[in-house]
Write a protein that binds this ligand. Structure first.
Ligand SMILES: [Zn+2]
Length: 383
């Protein structure tokens, strides 16, 4: 669904938020999102077949059903749809289709006592298929209920959902901690790993020497790709003079507010925004579970001077005795210079927009990254 407005009532001057797929006359309006309503029941329609759609509303929401009579509204009774986003559901399904990773989990967990961390993650259920016992530590009530429902529906007997480390049975002397690591509250791509890191520390503080702990994954790589966004860069750029209107005072205000309020690296679901790569991907930092990463400086030399942003994401390594698996929350396949990168739709990536005055001039970008308690601190120098 989208809207259009007849600006002067003459039927000639419209502002429309029609998606680009449905019209050739669309202006770039990424900041106006369209809405998608999932019908309660899917229906089969043939080309040119007419169908009736009934729309109902209250003060806050709209709902629809196929047919002449009102129905509904349908609302979430499992609470999962309140706790998780559509992107999270995409990610859950995508992980289920990643057979290589699921098989790796099952090989790795064989006959072990496993403790899983994460919320909005099914890793505890995959582990249960070969592990001796699985403790699923679910910090949020919604994800605890989700895992419990799956466990009872599938009659799984070796999974225990816990919301406190005190619930780890006294019998447990040795445990292998496993995580994607994914937490639905994570905002930037590296937050999942840092949260995992913090939970491991919490576990060790609480259990002390009573518990022997093996941890998987042990490290993750932070990667960076210089890109040229077709439109997304405009959200950080000054407006200037448009159709004779000088908006430079407004720009000064906005740019000042951006430096105060916005993080230097922002999160965006990049699969929605077209771009091309302007250089090769580079590793900029390695995060370890055992120690704090050493601060690192990386120099990016883009091949294409039209670079307007840098994209950051993480790749997590899972090493078994014989085999390994890698999970990316950014690029899904290698991307050559000048090609369109394929970003994971189930995760948000981190974006640094080059200062406007350096766009189309940047020859060298220096990145300095330092690991803080619960986040990474970025500094940039564009030359
Ligand atoms: Zn629901």
């Amino acid at each position: 669904m989208w809207w259009d407005i007849d600006m002067d009532g003459t039927g000639t001057n419209f502002i429309s938020t029609v998606p680009t797929q449905f019209s050739t006359e669309t202006a770039w309006r990424d900041h106006w999102m369209q809405a998608i309503y999932f019908l309660p029941k899917p229906i089969q329609v043939s080309p040119n077949e007419e169908m009736s759609l009934h729309c109902s509303h209250d003060e806050y929401s709209l709902w629809f059903n196929v047919g002449e009579k009102p129905e509904g509204p349908a609302f979430c009774s499992c609470q999962l749809h309140c706790a998780l986003s559509r992107y999270d559901f995409y990610r859950l399904n995508a992980l289920d289709e990643n057979r290589a990773f699921v098989e790796w989990i099952q090989k790795f967990c064989k006959n072990k006592q496993i403790l899983t961390f994460g919320d909005g993650s099914l890793i505890s259920l995959y582990a249960s298929q070969s592990a001796a016992k699985v403790y699923a530590y679910e910090s949020s009530d919604a994800s605890a209920r989700m895992i419990e429902s799956y466990v009872s529906l599938n009659k799984i007997s070796n999974v225990k959902v816990i919301q406190s480390f005190k619930k780890l049975d006294d019998l447990t002397k040795e445990v292998t901690v496993l995580s994607e690591p994914f937490f639905s509250t994570a905002i930037l791509p590296w937050h999942g790993f840092l949260r995992f890191h913090a939970l491991i520390k919490e576990l060790q503080n609480e259990m002390g020497d009573m518990l022997k702990v093996e941890v998987m994954p042990k490290k993750c790589k932070l990667l960076c790709l210089p890109v040229k966004f077709e439109h997304l860069w405009k959200i950080a750029a000054p407006v200037g003079i448009v159709d004779g209107f000088d908006l430079s005072d407004f720009d000064v205000l906005c740019q000042k507010a951006r430096t105060i309020a916005d993080p230097i690296v922002e999160q965006h679901s990049l699969f929605e925004y077209p771009s091309i790569s302007t250089g090769l991907q580079q590793e900029v930092l390695t995060l370890n579970i055992k120690s704090k990463a050493e601060a690192a400086t990386t120099v990016i030399i883009p091949e294409n001077s039209q670079t307007n942003a840098l994209v950051f994401w993480t790749e997590t390594e899972f090493n078994g005795e014989m085999d390994f698996a890698t999970i990316s929350n950014g690029l899904l396949s290698n991307c050559a210079i000048g090609e369109k990168p394929e970003w994971h739709p189930g995760h948000r990536q981190g974006v640094y927009f080059l200062p406007f005055e350096t766009i189309e001039k940047a020859k060298r970008i220096e990145i300095f990254i330092e690991q803080q308690e619960n986040d990474l601190d970025f500094k940039f120098k564009v030359l």
